[in-house]
Write a protein that binds this ligand. Structure first.
Ligand SMILES: Nc1ncnc2c1ncn2[C@@H]1O[C@H](COP(=O)(O)OP(=O)(O)OP(=O)(O)O)[C@@H](O)[C@H]1O
Ligand SMILES: [Mg+2]
Length: 431
């Protein structure tokens, strides 16, 4: 603009008209585009979500022959995305002709008014050529600036979504000054624990008390959805109690150093997950320094030695993401072996024997009893045969402890337990 003014001041009045016209028309288009971009980003998200769900649930879709329905669902999401993309595409296409019209009209205006200026002797011919070149630069700069503003709405939407993830605070906060020393006996106590899932109206656990001592096996039984997995999850701090406390060796888990807690407590989750890699990388997950002998020993206890030996590369056999290339029962046993390799003081088994046949279940528990003799073991199970020999059985019902004692004590005095037992065993077997 300064250089154009240097060439001829009166002619520069054209700029006063050109720049605002260009700026206003482009920003009008951008203003229309902004909400469209936002919608586009959201719909792109929906397409991704639907597609991912369909890939993960592929087998279920095929089993229920819902291909047509899913295809329609995808088409719906995709059409919505296409519509909004086309709408933004149209506006974008409008942008270029608009800019070119303004540019060319302004060139005409410059030549027109410039010719009059030259005619009256107020301006040199060369100055007109120079002025036209400056005009192009100015107009291009305005156009580039507006294009950049066009990117802003998209970037804004993306940034908001990233911010949402980054800004999410974990509900499990590591302690500021953690306890780093424990006596490490493996004494586990849950005192008056209450837990409520975020947003839920009712607590899932109510005033649950549990004491599990080293050398003892504590079992938890209860109907589906009674809160067993939730109770176990409180110990390794997958989430924190909303009331009451969980103590490991007398220390509240919320004050413990997370690494120390992870060393002391090991959970075999109900849905065992293996990572992509090999059998050995999975087994060493909690204890990277374990030797091959230790791995084989753990596999033997977990009744998985035979099947790993049968794999082509043994310990180095590949495992797919999630452990999908081994059977459910094999995955469960590998997850148990992974915990055994870690050698914690407190073992938590969440329904870890459910996918095993009765003979393997019995053999595993016998081997496990020897292996974990001095440790604290908490077993969640649905099968009475799995837990009837436990030192103490806790009966959970709708998040409350409705009974605790040995199998025989509970058979005599606890109606809920009796019902569960008699649904699986005959009176004679139960006795
Ligand atoms: N992530 C979650 N968000 C909200 N509610 C949940 C969540 N997970 C579980 N629940 C609820 O908490 C209750 C207890 O679930 P939990 O998984 O602890 O049951 P469970 O006793 O382990 O059952 P199962 O024997 O089927 O494994 C259930 O009623 C369930 O609806
Ligand atoms: Mg469960």
């Amino acid at each position: 603009i300064i250089m154009a003014l240097g060439q001829d001041v009166p002619l520069s009045a054209v700029l006063l008209a050109v720049v605002p016209v260009l700026g206003i028309s482009v920003s009008l288009i951008v203003k229309k585009m902004r909400p469209l971009f936002r919608t586009m980003q959201e719909r792109l998200d929906t397409v991704n979500r639907v597609l991912r769900e369909q890939i993960t649930g592929n087998r279920v879709i095929r089993a229920f022959v819902r291909d047509g329905y899913e295809e329609k669902r995808f088409r719906g999401a995709n059409t919505e995305l296409t519509d909004v993309s086309v709408a933004t595409g149209r506006l974008m296409a409008l942008m270029f002709p608009t800019v070119m019209t303004v540019v060319n009209l302004s060139s005409v205006a410059v030549v027109w008014f410039g010719a009059h200026r030259i005619d009256s002797g107020g301006m040199q011919i060369g100055a007109l050529t120079a002025f036209l070149a400056y005009l192009m630069q100015i107009v291009m700069a305005v156009m580039m600036a507006t294009f950049m503003f066009m990117m802003v709405p998209r970037a804004e939407v993306c940034a908001e979504r990233i911010e949402e993830v980054l800004g999410t605070e974990s509900s499990v906060v590591p302690p500021v000054s953690p306890v780093t020393e424990l006596r490490r006996h493996g004494h586990l106590e849950v005192r008056g624990a209450e837990f409520r899932y975020p947003g839920a109206e009712e607590p899932v656990l109510r005033t649950v008390d549990l004491v599990a001592r080293p050398g003892e096996t504590t079992a938890i039984i209860g109907s589906t959805g009674s809160g067993k997995s939730t109770l176990l999850g409180l110990v390794p701090r997958l989430f924190d109690v909303t009331d009451g406390e969980v103590l490991v060796d007398g220390e509240d888990v919320r004050t413990l150093d997370p690494v120390l807690l992870a060393k002391t407590v090991s959970l075999v989750p109900q849905k065992p997950y293996l990572f992509s890699g090999t059998v050995s990388t999975n087994l060493r997950y909690g204890n990277p320094d374990a030797t091959d002998e230790e791995l084989w020993h753990a596999l033997e206890v977990a009744q998985a030695k035979g099947f790993v030996e049968g794999l082509e590369h043994g310990l180095e056999a590949p495992i797919a993401q999630g452990g999908t290339n081994v059977s459910g029962g094999q995955r469960q046993r590998l997850a148990i072996a992974r915990t055994l390799v870690q050698r914690p003081e407190i073992y938590l088994f969440d329904d870890s024997f459910s996918a095993l046949d009765y003979a393997t279940d019995a053999a595993l528990r016998a081997a496990l009893a020897r292996e974990t003799a001095g440790a604290t073991v908490v077993i969640v199970a649905q099968r009475v045969s799995t837990i009837r020999d436990a030192d103490r059985i806790l009966v959970l019902d709708e998040g409350r402890v409705v009974g605790s004692g040995t199998h025989h004590e509970l058979m005599d005095g606890n109606e809920t337990y009796r019902e569960i037992v008699l649904s699986q065993l005959t009176e004679a077997e139960a006795a």
